[in-house]
Design a protein around this ligand. Structure first.
Ligand SMILES: Cc1cc2nc3c(=O)[nH]c(=O)nc-3n(C[C@H](O)[C@H](O)[C@H](O)COP(=O)(O)OP(=O)(O)OC[C@H]3O[C@@H](n4cnc5c(N)ncnc54)[C@H](O)[C@@H]3O)c2cc1C
Length: 318
């Protein structure tokens, strides 16, 4: 179920799940567990934070970790998110602030303790919007509501807030929603976890590099953009396709990387443009009516063809 509300809490659109599982949703923790359980024990070395990768020639790199240890890579794949330490080996582009931030907050035992908020959010995803700001909340398993409070303010506006002082931070954010329905404001003010700031950063839509021996990127490290509902899917698809390319060219990592990058570059660019379109649809000048029309089937795009960002994938972004 997805619903769109105006700032007063009136429901403008509601779309029930079609039951087809064509676009199944999953909690990030569940996906992570499934992927990790599929690997031989010991494949992932926890606690090894990469500080630096230094080219040694012939495609090899020396990796220096925060615990002081080092390793030499044959093929280095930077899957290390928005602030990738591997990316500078390939590209001098840095993610730039996208002009919007998300604040993460949770309510627990919602039916019992937060019935008004539970009623406003419903059983699935809820978007309460005006242009440039709003709430994106999701009812999760275990009687939990996970909310992103979204505000398009300069990054300095957020850094002036002391998020370590959770109560004061909540009040400061809530003040930007004066006149909104109390059930919506309670998603901030009743928050039971420390509000977490996620300043959204993005690379240029077209982010490519020349083939550089022994190193490539995937996921947000390669093409982080605004949350358009596909970032986790893209990261997993990149990883799967790179794996297939390596399996097809086990003795030739350069051909494997070229094959992988040709497809990944085109897809990353197309998806970055689509993600910006999605964010414009949700939070642009036409909010909340553009999204409501989409869900009501009276807009230009069918809801079945579009992914929407949910609160189920907390991000490495920001
Ligand atoms: C608010 C918000 C909502 C979103 N909603 C959705 C959604 O609904 N659907 C969707 O598909 N996507 C969504 N996304 C995007 C999605 O979260 C990302 O695109 C996705 O997580 C990218 O995966 P990744 O593996 O490339 O990077 P990450 O998930 O960032 O993972 C990178 C990993 O690298 C590790 N790492 C980082 N630096 C180092 C280092 N120096 N040394 C060692 N390890 C390191 C990190 O600990 C982390 O485990 C959303 C993003 C945001 C910000």
């Amino acid at each position: 179920m997805q619903r769109v509300l105006d700032r007063h809490g009136a429901v403008l659109a509601e779309l029930a799940d079609d039951g087809s599982l064509a676009r199944p949703e999953a909690l990030r923790g569940d996906i992570r567990r499934i992927l990790l359980d599929s690997l031989p024990a010991g494949t992932v070395r926890w606690g090894r934070k990469l500080l630096e990768a230094t080219p040694l020639g012939d495609g090899r790199h020396e990796l220096t970790f925060a615990d002081g240890s080092t390793a030499v890579s044959g093929l280095l794949v930077g899957a290390d998110g928005t602030w990738s330490k591997v990316r500078p080996l390939l590209s001098d582009r840095k993610p730039a602030y996208a002009g919007v931030s998300y604040i993460d907050t949770y309510l627990h035992d919602v039916d019992e303790r937060h019935p008004e908020a539970a009623e406003a959010v419903g059983n699935g995803a809820m978007y309460a919007l005006v242009p440039g700001q709003g709430f994106l909340a999701h009812r999760e398993a275990g009687d939990v509501i996970h909310t992103y409070v979204i505000l398009n303010r300069p990054v300095e506006w957020f850094t002036a807030i002391d998020f370590a002082d959770a109560g004061a931070a909540r009040q400061r954010i809530a003040a930007e929603f004066e006149g909104w329905a109390p059930a919506l404001i309670s998603l901030i003010t009743d928050g039971e976890t420390r509000p977490i700031l996620r300043a959204i950063h993005r690379l240029p839509d077209r982010h490519r590099w020349d083939r550089t021996p022994g190193v490539t990127l995937l996921g947000d490290a390669a093409h982080v953009t605004v949350p358009g509902g596909e970032g986790a899917n893209l990261a997993m698809l990149d990883g799967a396709e790179l794996g297939q390319a390596i399996a097809a060219h086990p003795d030739d990592p350069e051909t494997a990387c070229t094959t992988y990058e040709e497809v990944m570059f085109r897809r990353g660019e197309a998806e970055a443009i689509a993600a910006r379109d999605t964010v414009e649809l949700i939070f642009g000048a036409g909010a909340p009516h553009d999204l409501a029309e989409l869900l009501n089937g009276t807009g230009r795009t069918s809801p079945g063809t579009r992914a929407l960002p949910h609160t189920r994938q907390p991000s490495g972004n920001g």
